[in-house]
Design a protein around this ligand. Structure first.
Ligand code: AP5
Length: 210
């Protein structure tokens, strides 16, 4: 089974994705994670991420195309953060068609603007990939990762001035995809304002049925 997780920045896509891929043994394809790794080597990508702008479609699509050609995706994958523009969605459709792969559902995790800002501004991450929230999902010792004991940091694009720009980019360029996937009969709405566990239970139950 193959799924897409959609939603505004801060909706909880990454948090849910980790639980879903562990539980259902799927491949997690997060374009954001891929770019955060690449930004260490690429100045252009680094600048785009830091200002909350989207990486050009051509770069994202080529990167994902190469990833989808690998054998491991055949056991099932979860796309997180892709597609993000209408053009990316259309390119994905072409890629999937040529590889004879289908998407089973698009889970749209939605939260209000204010909630998204609260979640993003309180997020702290670790280089090992773990993610926390200073109030909602705190680490046991403030500022220290539970898993590997390294120091937690704030993502560059989680600074207040960038967060609003990211949400603006989302509204303009990504939200129209809700309609696109609704028309395709794939959209499933998920109330992202619920607790981490409640959101996961809902998605997991749906994954058993879709
Ligand atoms: P990306 O990494 O995809 O970021 P995003 O979509 O902005 O999403 P976030 O990671 O901010 O939020 P999330 O929904 O994963 O929330 P999380 O689970 O962490 O993209 C980053 C950048 O890469 C983009 O800006 C762009 O530049 C580039 N990029 C990526 N893909 C691209 C593409 N396809 N095309 C072009 N450019 C692309 O949760 C947030 C916080 O809330 C955490 O602290 C968490 O602990 C907490 N939390 C989670 N769930 C709950 C809950 N239920 N209740 C309370 N708190 C919660």
């Amino acid at each position: 089974m193959n799924y897409i997780l959609m939603g505004p920045p801060g909706a909880g896509k990454g948090t849910q994705a980790k639980k879903i891929v562990e539980t259902f043994r799927m491949v997690h394809l997060s374009t954001g994670d891929m770019f955060r790794k690449a930004k260490k080597f690429d100045e252009v990508i680094s600048k785009l991420l830091a200002t909350g702008q989207l990486v050009p479609d051509e770069i994202v699509v080529n990167m994902l195309k190469k990833r989808l050609e690998k054998d491991d995706v055949r056991k099932g994958f979860l796309l997180d953060g892709f597609p993000r523009t209408l053009n990316q969605a259309q390119e994905l459709d072409k890629m999937l068609k040529s590889e004879n792969i289908k998407i089973d559902a698009v889970f749209f995790i939605d939260v209000h603007f204010e909630e998204a800002v609260k979640r993003i501004s309180g997020r702290r991450v670790c280089s090992c990939g773990a993610s926390y929230h200073v109030n909602f999902i705190p680490s046991k010792v403030a500022g220290i990762c539970d898993a590997c004991r390294s120091e937690l940091v704030q993502r560059n694009d989680d600074k207040e001035n960038v967060v609003k720009d990211r949400l603006g980019v989302y509204e303009k360029q990504t939200k129209p995809l809700v309609d696109y996937y609704d028309k395709a009969g794939l959209l499933v709405n998920i109330d992202g304002s619920k607790s981490e566990d409640e959101v996961f239970e809902r998605i997991a139950r749906l994954m058993g049925n879709v």
